[in-house]
Design a binder for this molecule. Sequence first.
Ligand code: ZN
Length: 432
Amino acid sequence: MPTGALILALLLAQTAPASPQAAAPAEIRQSPPAATGSVVPAPATAAAAMPASPATADATDLPAAVEAVPDPGFVLLGRRVEPGTRTRVNWRSGATFIGDPMQVPINVVHGAKPGPVLCLTGAIHGDELNGVEVIRRVLGALDPTELVGTVIGVPIVNMAGFSRGSRYLPDRRDLNRFFPGNPNGSSASRIAFDFFDQVACRCDAIVDFHTGSFDRANLPQVRGDLRLSRVVELTRGFGATSVLHTPGAAGMLRRAATDAGIPAVTFEIGAPVRLEPIEIEHGVSAIETLMNNLGMTQRVRQWREPQPIFYESRWVRVTRPGMLFSDVKLGDRVRQGQRLGRVINPLNDEASELVSPVRGRILGMALNQVVLPGYAAFHVGEEASEAQVIRDAARTPAPNEEAESMDEGVAAPLEEGSTEQVEDYTPESEPE
Ligand SMILES: [Zn+2]
């Protein structure tokens, strides 16, 4: 069976129940997260109806079963979207200081034919802009009369952070470590809860857009917990895009989603604060390829390398303080032992070199800046087969925990002298 048909089968298998409102958010939010790495979600989640083994899904039976149910329209946040139309609804995300609700626009394109619900979320970190534009372009180009299924686009989840040009919520909390949230918790926790309950739980698959954090840039790359077969299926759909295994720490949207049985990945694109046309175009092409592979659209994008490229990765850290000057560019292929950059101390002229520990590709890197020892400067990926990456993912519980924590918003283990200590949110200070 082609990959696309299989993915569609998996997603439709979840949407097959008679009511498109089959998700049970009230139950999901009260379910404790499943254990890390659990493929089968805890009972009483929306995904309880999913086949335990994806291999049992049979694409040939599904369309007829779905078409037998007349489409009553797609309801989100109390608004009904008729088949073959699009609309914009507002999600109320907390309140401003003067008491007005913070309105976050969400675009819904409900296709003329039933199918999976794909959610695209951006700017959970308010200063990460590339994904905002990817989502705008993807949603704008969709034809609801041709679309199979539904696409929900939330270009700016963290509107408060975005409007201030900040990664964080106004209280300095990182929204991407509070999912699935708590209706009685902190401001961040309530916002996370409401979004997860009202929007995320309506999705059959979620792609959450991010960029590198703190003056780092990432080659476009999909990150997911490759110990979960349905996440692996999803990562196969993005065309010629790098794929990394990162399990996802507690509090991330994608982790909360997979704990609730919804396959979800992070799509890292470029650097924060900037709008980068080449990276944005890659993101648009990848999502259009994904929708095509999911059977939602007919358009076929042309890729020179149509297959995803799986990587094992490691970070190269700064050993001496100073000013970082890179020798390499994002995406460069490097040799083992090749110099990646130098750190020059302006006070005593001392220079130290950073070299690649492996033959690989620069998947992420710091922009030239002042650095302290321990700062993660280069993220080098070694190409590996999908099977190898999945095997290693199963063996090592959290090989990239720290790498993703830097980009996706969970505090890294603190190291003396590292800039993460200064910039990352410290979990110990969170009262919940
Ligand atoms: Zn981010």
